[in-house]
Write a protein that binds this ligand. Structure first.
Ligand SMILES: Cc1cc2nc3c(=O)[nH]c(=O)nc-3n(C[C@H](O)[C@H](O)[C@H](O)COP(=O)(O)O)c2cc1C
Length: 387
C-alpha cells in the first residue's frame, strides 16, 4: 500500500459494491467530487533549495488543542458497515498518531463506547434528526463523555442524490426490505470476508446516539429520509451553543457570506467543505473557495477545509491557501474498509510521511510556516475576497 489510491483499490476488493460505492461516490454527476481532487493539481509548488534540512514540525494548534498532525479524521457515517466497531477502531488510530477523531451522528457505536476506546481528543458532529430535544440529549451525553468540540454540519438540508447508492440498492438493504433487496443480495454473498465480519459485529443497523422518543435508537433506514430531517438554521445555532457551552465548528461553508454568518452566529471555526462532493453537485472545489473564506473570516475565527485530500502535498497546498488544518474523509474510510485499524494506521502513516517529504523538498521547517509564497496558483484561481 504505497498511496491512498492503493487503499481505495483494496477497499473495493473487500467491500460489497453497495458499501464501497457509498464511501466512494458523490452526488449526481460527481462533478464536485472530481473537482475537489483536481483543484490540488492546479496549485504548484515554489520550493526553496539549499536551506538547512531537518524533520519538519507538523504540530498544529486547533481550537486550543495542539495536534501532532495537521489533519483530523472527518465525521463519516456508517463506519460499522466498513469494519467491526469501525468508529472505535478509527478513533484509536487517530489517537495513536496524535490527532483528533470526529464522531458522526450517523455512528453505529455509542459515543461513550468510542470514548472508552481511546484517550485522545474526540469531537462530536451534530445532525439534528428528531428535532431539538433529541439533539440536546446527545449534546449533553457528548459533553459528559468528554468530547471537546461540537461540529455542526450545515450542508445537508436534504440528502444529495447519490446515484450509485440507488443503483446498488442501499435503501432497501438498509431498511431490511426483503423484496426490494432481492436483486442486490448477490453482492453480499460474493464478499464473504466482509459478510462474516459484519455478522460477527452483530449486523448493526441503528444509530445508538440518536434516541427517538417512543422508538429508541434510530434505525439506519434510508439516508435520504434521515437527512431530510436535519436542516439547521442560524437560529438553531443559538440553542445549540447554549446547550453545548464549548467550542463550535460550522462544517459545510462554501462562501465568504456564509462564513461571516457563521462567525456572527458564534462559531469558533468553520470547515470549508462540500461534504466531499456528496451534497450539492456543481459547487466549486473546496480548495478554490478556501481563499475567499480565509479573507472574509480568517482574522476572527479558525478556518479548516476538507475535500479531495489524497496526499500530504494536498495538505501543504491547503495550508498555503490559508487552512489551519484539514479533515480527511475517504482517505481513511477506504482504509478502514480495506483493513480496519491496520488500514487506518497505514493511511495516516502515508499522509504523515508525505507531509514530511513535501516540507523537506519545499525547504520549509514547519507546517505552520507554509504560506502563499510556497505556491503558484493559476490565473483563474480565486485568491482574494469575493463579496
Ligand atoms: C462515506 C462518507 C460518509 C460521510 N458522513 C458524514 C457525516 O455523517 N457527517 C458529516 O458531517 N460529513 C460526512 N461526510 C463528509 C466528510 O466529513 C468530509 O466532509 C468529506 O469526506 C471530505 O472529503 P474527502 O472524502 O474527499 O476527504 C461523509 C463522507 C463520506 C465519504
Amino acid at each position: 500500500m504505497v498511496n491512498v489510491a492503493d487503499l481505495r483499490r483494496a477497499a473495493r476488493r473487500r467491500l460489497p459494491p453497495v458499501i464501497f460505492d457509498y464511501i466512494d461516490g458523490g452526488a449526481e454527476g460527481e462533478t464536485t467530487l472530481a473537482a475537489n481532487e483536481r483543484a490540488f493539481a492546479d496549485v504548484t509548488f515554489r520550493p526553496r533549495q539549499c536551506v538547512a534540512a531537518c524533520d519538519a514540525d507538523l504540530r498544529t494548534a486547533v481550537l486550543g488543542t495542539t495536534l501532532a498532525l495537521p489533519f483530523l479524521l472527518a465525521p463519516v457515517g456508517f463506519c460499522r458497515m466498513f469494519w467491526p466497531l469501525g468508529e472505535s477502531v478509527a478513533a484509536r488510530e487517530a489517537n495513536r498518531a496524535g490527532t483528533a477523531y470526529i464522531l458522526s451522528t450517523f455512528s453505529g457505536t455509542r459515543l461513550e463506547d468510542v470514548r472508552a476506546a481511546t484517550a485522545g481528543p474526540l469531537w462530536y458532529q451534530l445532525y439534528v434528526p428528531g428535532g431539538r430535544a433529541v439533539a440536546e440529549a446527545v449534546i449533553a451525553r457528548a459533553r459528559a463523555a468528554g468530547y471537546t468540540v461540537l461540529v455542526v454540519t450545515i450542508d445537508t438540508p436534504i440528502s444529495g442524490l447519490r446515484e450509485r447508492d440507488i443503483r446498488r440498492g442501499a435503501g432497501p438493504l438498509l431498511k431490511g426490505d426483503l423484496a426490494g433487496s432481492l436483486p442486490h443480495l448477490w453482492q453480499l454473498a460474493t464478499h464473504p470476508r466482509w459478510l462474516i465480519d459484519y455478522l460477527r459485529d452483530g449486523a448493526p443497523r441503528v444509530f445508538p446516539n440518536v434516541e427517538l422518543p417512543g422508538v429508541g435508537a434510530m434505525p439506519c433506514g434510508d439516508t435520504s429520509i434521515l437527512l431530510a430531517q436535519t436542516n439547521v438554521t442560524w437560529k438553531d445555532l443559538t440553542w445549540i451553543r447554549a446547550a453545548w457551552g464549548g467550542p463550535i465548528v460550522v462544517k459545510g461553508v462554501h462562501t465568504a457570506d456564509v462564513a461571516r454568518q457563521a462567525a456572527d452566529a458564534g462559531a469558533d471555526a468553520v470547515v470549508v467543505s462540500n461534504h466531499g462532493g456528496r451534497q450539492l453537485d456543481g459547487v466549486a472545489a473546496s480548495l478554490r473557495v478556501l481563499p475567499e473564506v480565509v479573507a472574509a473570516v480568517g482574522d476572527r475565527i479558525e478556518v479548516l477545509m476538507d475535500g479531495g485530500i489524497r496526499r500530504g502535498a494536498d495538505i501543504v497546498k491547503a495550508r498555503s491557501l490559508g487552512a489551519r488544518a484539514v479533515l480527511i474523509g475517504r482517505a481513511y474510510a477506504w482504509a478502514l474498509g480495506a483493513a480496519g485499524g491496520t488500514g487506518v494506521a497505514r493511511a495516516i502513516d502515508i499522509l504523515t510521511t508525505d507531509l514530511q517529504r513535501t516540507l523537506r523538498l519545499l525547504g520549509c521547517a514547519a507546517f505552520n510556516d507554509v504560506d502563499g509564497s510556497y505556491v503558484d496558483v493559476p490565473r483563474d484561481f480565486p485568491t482574494g475576497p469575493r463579496c
